[in-house]
Design a protein around this ligand. Structure first.
Ligand code: 9MR
Ligand code: ZN
Length: 516
């Protein structure tokens, strides 16, 4: 069967009145034109393929089929010679189900609560008290989302996720009512509040000493440990809680105040402590989220606190830290959160330096745009790395800010291409979100899915990685182009794990592109 092997479409589909692109493996076809058939096999559109592009990531010539002016609703296939794409829809609300599933994944990942779901329901997990590392003291810390394929709960990861989801809520609240994002984010925030020590410092993470096997969460009964306080966790906590506080002001002012007070307390801690860089202490081997440069986390906290309090001191300190770190990239990733701070300053304050800040985002966006424009599949990547599918969403975020600031559609279009790539326009013709599309990821490195041999829907797989950190990936990468270094296998944690902070920028990207 050649369906989907040579022609790559966005398997979720195309919004009726927006641009539409498919990708064609040039070496597999001889014709330079394409056609579209409806579900009755009638030809409804014909067009010419673009000139080919070969980049390092694709490793072979790829042409684009542009059918943007085709606006009929329905279900279609795209053909070149006798080769066809997977069937794909065109319509007004093709993204709604994807948006729902990618949001609901967070509910299904809740820790410490009975989860109600036909396939993934379970009893409360990880409810025992946690040992504070280096002491004999146990305290009660409950809730938060399981981080990824494992059951750890990590502040750095949670804070980024909270930011993306709140920004997504801001974009979709007027048009989308099927999932309560604010309620879901609150679940995480309630957990984060418990991670703060009385002196304001924030524990880096809570997990067992080691990763467990592929068991259900309530079966992981090993001792739970609170890892030491870190600067990255404390600053990310301050930034995300300060930002979150305004979202709850109207519905629950007491909760909003609690968030802000906790953020301020974390900031006081940061003010009087040198950097405490996190690495796993002896005995703990779960995810590290180590970060050697925490200046961007400190900056993010100051920006968010300034926006929340309008206290000029925070602003001065934030701008000083920018001056002291001219090498900073503007980024939205777990390791670099500078752009969250910059976005907040630009959008939530009347900061004097607005133009300078916008330019800083635009400089990064222009670099990303150039990569996208030169890429065979329109991706924003220059290499394939652990979690790069989340990375393309983070780059989309930068592009979408540039679109806000300039109104130039090329930024919007480049961001939209990142979604096409994730949802099927890639050399493997895979839809990297589970449970949706014609050829989705099926065996994610995700404990409940692996244990139940069912795939939890709505999860974004990490994606191809040239750095083979696991045995399965090591076996498959030889001779493959970077974008093909992906194994749809439970054991492939470096290409097929899922994570809250890869899903969250996907949710944001869908919302910000106004696809729901
Ligand atoms: O997303 C993280 C990635 O950037 C790192 O390269 C990788 C190795 O340190 O770790 C990833 O994070 C994992 C975390 O440590 C534990 N939970 C699962 C995360 C996703 O794979
Ligand atoms: Zn749990």
């Amino acid at each position: 069967m050649s369906v989907g092997k040579s022609i790559f479409v966005n398997q979720i589909g195309y919004a009726k009145n927006k641009t539409k692109f498919a990708y064609v493996r040039k070496n597999d076809v001889s014709s330079s034109s394409f056609l579209i058939k409806d579900s009755n096999g009638q030809i409804v559109y014909t067009g010419e393929l673009s000139a080919e592009k070969t980049d390092r990531l694709a490793g072979e010539p790829i042409c684009v089929a542009n059918f943007s002016d085709f606006t009929q609703e329905g279900s279609f296939t795209l053909w070149v010679d006798e080769k066809s794409s997977f069937e794909f829809p065109i319509g007004d609300d093709v993204y709604n189900h994807l948006y729902y599933l990618t949001n609901r994944y967070f509910y299904l990942s809740r820790c410490g609560q009975k989860i109600v779901d036909d396939d993934f329901g379970h009893e409360p997990c990880h409810t025992s008290k946690a040992l504070i590392y280096g002491t004999n003291e146990y305290i009660d810390v409950q809730g938060g989302w399981h981080d990824a394929g494992d059951y750890g709960r990590y502040i750095v990861a949670g804070a980024k996720t909270v930011m993306d989801l709140l920004l997504a809520y801001q974009e979709s609240k007027d048009s989308y009512k099927d999932f309560d994002i604010l309620d879901e984010v609150r679940f995480e925030l309630e957990w984060m509040l418990q991670m703060q020590r009385p002196d304001g410092g924030v524990y880096h993470k809570i997990s067992c000493w080691h990763f467990c096997g592929f068991i259900m969460p309530e079966e992981e009964k090993d001792e739970i440990v609170l890892a030491p306080v870190s600067t990255s966790a404390t600053a990310d906590f301050a930034g995300s809680l300060a930002f979150a506080s305004k979202f709850y002001k109207d519905s629950d002012s007491e909760f909003a105040q609690k968030l802000l007070d906790a953020a301020l307390k974390a900031q006081e801690y940061l003010d009087c402590h040198e950097d405490e860089l996190y690495t796993n202490p002896a005995g703990i081997t779960t995810g590290g989220y180590g970060d050697k440069d925490v200046s961007d986390e400190r900056y993010f906290a100051l920006c968010a606190l300034y926006a929340a309090t309008k206290n000029e001191t925070f602003y001065q300190k934030a701008m000083n830290s920018r001056k002291n770190h001219p090498q900073w990239a503007e980024a939205f990733s777990w390791a670099c959160v500078s752009a969250y701070g910059t976005e907040i300053l630009i959008k939530e304050t009347d900061a004097e330096a607005k133009d300078e800040l916008k330019n800083s985002i635009l400089q990064t966006a222009d670099k990303v745009l150039e990569i996208v424009n030169n890429a065979s599949f329109g991706t924003s990547l220059i290499k394939a790395y652990w979690g790069c599918n989340g990375g393309v969403c983070d780059y989309a975020h930068i592009l979408l800010l540039a679109h806000d600031f300039t109104g130039k559609t090329e930024y919007y279009e480049a961001a939209k291409k990142q979604l096409d790539y994730l949802l099927g326009c890639n050399p493997l013709s895979v839809c990297y979100v589970t449970g949706i599309g014609k050829n989705p990821t099926q065996k994610p490195h995700h404990r409940p899915s692996g244990f139940l041999q069912k795939t939890m829907p709505g999860m974004l797989a990490g994606g191809p990685s040239e750095w083979a950190a696991d045995e399965v990936t090591k076996k498959i990468i030889d001779g493959k182009a970077p974008l093909a270094c992906y194994a749809d296998a439970y054991e492939s944690f470096c290409t097929n794990e899922i994570a809250i902070y890869w899903n969250s920028p996907l949710v944001y990207t869908i919302a910000k592109l106004k696809l729901v």
